[in-house]
Design a protein around this ligand. Structure first.
Ligand code: AVJ
Length: 315
């Protein structure tokens, strides 16, 4: 029956107790647009902080990357709209650096608009985009040419992974790297819990619509009948573990049918679907993760408020 990864994951996640869905499926055309809207919200401080960091430290970062005669490949995992990356790309192009930008994203939409966007803005830039999941692409990375690789994972995308999965991810990154390669990763930092809750709880309901886009996608792609108004977006943040979690909470007892996977699901009143985690970090946790994965922290860069940090690793 379930004959695609999305369908299999939906089938499994909604047949499990407590119910869950993977946040990676939020990102279709509408989900991408909603995430753009989230990044434009002042309360979603992550984007502005990382933009500030890349702007203020662009020289140091590009010096780390560009230290080889033969140039390098700049590989970005989960490139999104590339807005923050452009700071770095512009700097590298203006210095006539020998590099190819290889953005990688699971979203065809994001890659398409990023590629045409970049080409229009910066004709001198060499772009070779790829569509795929991080882990698949990481395996492919190994077979790339022997040029130095500078890898970037921005936006605190790693925060979607619980620590064991993050260690797994970093280990796979390490395995895909050779001794001169570098990886720059953004980690959202622990801070006033209210600031974090506000970032995932905007009063306009953009984050709620983003979260509910999971249900909207299941409706349109699997002939389902989720009533989006009968679910409430709910965010919690645990300052001890640094884990922010998103839920969709059923506001009433209800039955939902998903035609294409022949599944009828019952929700009790106030039953939850766990949809996303957004992990927050500090130096201790990041250096523990690096240790576990066999990576070394070479340098780190933060914003004025210390809300966010980009760490540079080698193996
Ligand atoms: C793109 C995964 C980093 O967790 O902060 C934004 C996604 N979710 N608002 C995050 C998101 C709700 C975002 N990441």
């Amino acid at each position: 029956m379930p004959n695609t990864p999305f369908k299999k994951d939906v089938f499994e996640g909604l047949n499990t107790f407590p119910k869950f869905l993977y946040s990676k499926y939020i990102y279709d055309k509408k989900g991408d647009k909603l995430f753009q809207d989230i990044m434009a919200m002042p309360s979603y401080y992550l984007t502005n902080c990382e933009f500030e960091i890349l702007t203020n430290h662009v020289t140091a970062i590009s010096t780390y990357f560009d230290n080889k005669e033969e140039g390098f490949d700049l590989i970005e995992l989960g490139a999104g709209d590339g807005k923050k990356t452009k700071v770095l790309l512009n700097e590298l192009v203006s210095k006539k650096t020998n590099f190819i930008y290889k953005p990688i994203d699971i979203s065809q939409n994001a890659i398409d608009s990023l590629s045409s966007n970049l080409k229009a803005e910066n004709p001198a830039l060499k772009v070779e985009a790829e569509i795929g999941e991080y882990f698949d692409v990481l395996k492919r990375l190994k077979s790339y040419d022997s040029r130095k690789k500078a890898i970037m994972v921005l936006g605190s995308n790693i925060g979607n992974l619980l620590h064991p999965k993050a260690i797994d991810f970093l280990t796979q990154l390490k395995n895909a790297m050779s001794s001169e390669d570098m990886v720059l990763i953004g980690f959202d930092q622990k801070k006033d819990p209210q600031t974090i809750l506000d970032a995932y709880n905007d009063p306009e309901g953009i984050t709620a619509a983003f979260n509910k886009n999971l249900l909207a996608r299941i409706n349109s792609e699997m002939k389902a009948n989720f009533d989006l108004d009968a679910f409430k977006h709910w965010e919690v943040y645990d300052p001890e573990t640094g884990t922010a979690k998103s839920y969709l909470v059923s506001t009433k007892k209800q039955e939902v049918t998903i035609g294409e996977i022949a599944l009828t699901i019952n929700f009790e009143e106030w039953e939850t679907i766990h949809t996303e985690i957004s992990q927050k970090y500090d130096d201790k946790i990041v250096s523990w993760l690096a240790d576990e994965a066999g990576l070394t922290i070479v340098d780190s860069f933060t914003d004025n408020k210390g809300y966010y940090k980009n760490y540079l690793f080698m193996k």
